[in-house]
Design a protein around this ligand. Structure first.
Ligand SMILES: [Zn+2]
Length: 236
């Protein structure tokens, strides 16, 4: 995979020595990759991501994975905050109203496979921005094909089962249930039942039960390996 470097000034150190344990997918909600690159590299905008993928499949690296990019904002997943310190952010060149182009999806699959491999992350580590900030965000939205990604082992898709309470299962999967059923149901449907509407129904309950049973959130924190600044035993 060819990656073009377009360094953004909008980054800092991951807090508390955290290492990435999640991947967050976004859409840019902009007209073009070039317009998005300009914004993501503008220090006054104070936003960035580690990667941006264009409609044509071009992959741009804006922030080194070792650093904390500014894509997630306020949010909570599996009870953890500061998602920026815990994640790798990928912006997808899509305005939020149309389908995601095939070359973009192919490049995303290749990039995700590489990231999950290198960081030894499971497929359940790949999240939508809307999953952990449903009160503010709805990207990558209902046009994004999560099931196709799951078929390639790059995301998860549940076997419906019938156990337990919807919100309790949502918390086990990772959703911020303190925001209430309506927002959690919206976020869940955007990703897993994009055609559904109306009140909570048995299909929602069965799928959330499957998610909780098969893919409980991993709440283990990961930390970057501390590399001594000088060889041990040679302190000056
Ligand atoms: Zn986003």
């Amino acid at each position: 995979m060819r990656i073009e470097d377009r360094p953004s000034p909008n980054c800092n150190a991951r807090r508390g020595g955290l290492a990435p344990s999640l991947v967050v997918l976004h859409y840019t909600a902009m007209e073009s990759a070039e317009a998005a690159l300009e914004k993501l590299c503008d220090e006054n905008a104070e936003v960035s991501a580690h990667y941006l993928i264009g409609k044509d499949g071009a992959v741009y690296r804006l922030v080194d994975e070792a650093h904390r990019a500014w894509h997630a904002g306020e949010g909570r997943w599996a009870g953890r905050e500061d998602i920026n310190s815990r994640s790798i952010g990928i912006e997808l060149d899509n305005d939020g109203t149309c389908a995601f182009e095939a070359p973009l999806m192919e490049a995303l699959e290749e990039l995700l496979r590489d990231i999950l491999d290198r960081h030894a992350m499971p497929a359940k580590a790949v999240l939508a921005h809307s999953d952990f900030a449903p009160e503010r965000k709805s990207d990558p939205g209902r046009n994004f094909d999560w099931q196709a990604l799951a078929r390639k082992g790059l995301s998860v898709w549940p076997e419906p089962s019938l156990k337990g309470d919807f919100m309790r299962n949502a918390a086990v999967f990772g959703y911020p249930i303190e925001l209430g059923e309506k927002l959690v149901l919206d976020a869940f449907r955007q990703r897993f039942r994009p055609g559904a509407s109306g009140p909570l129904d048995p299909a929602d309950q069965a799928m959330m039960s499957g998610l909780a049973r098969q893919y409980p959130a991993d709440v283990t924190e990961r930390f970057a390996r501390r590399v001594p600044s000088r060889p041990l035993g040679l302190e000056s």
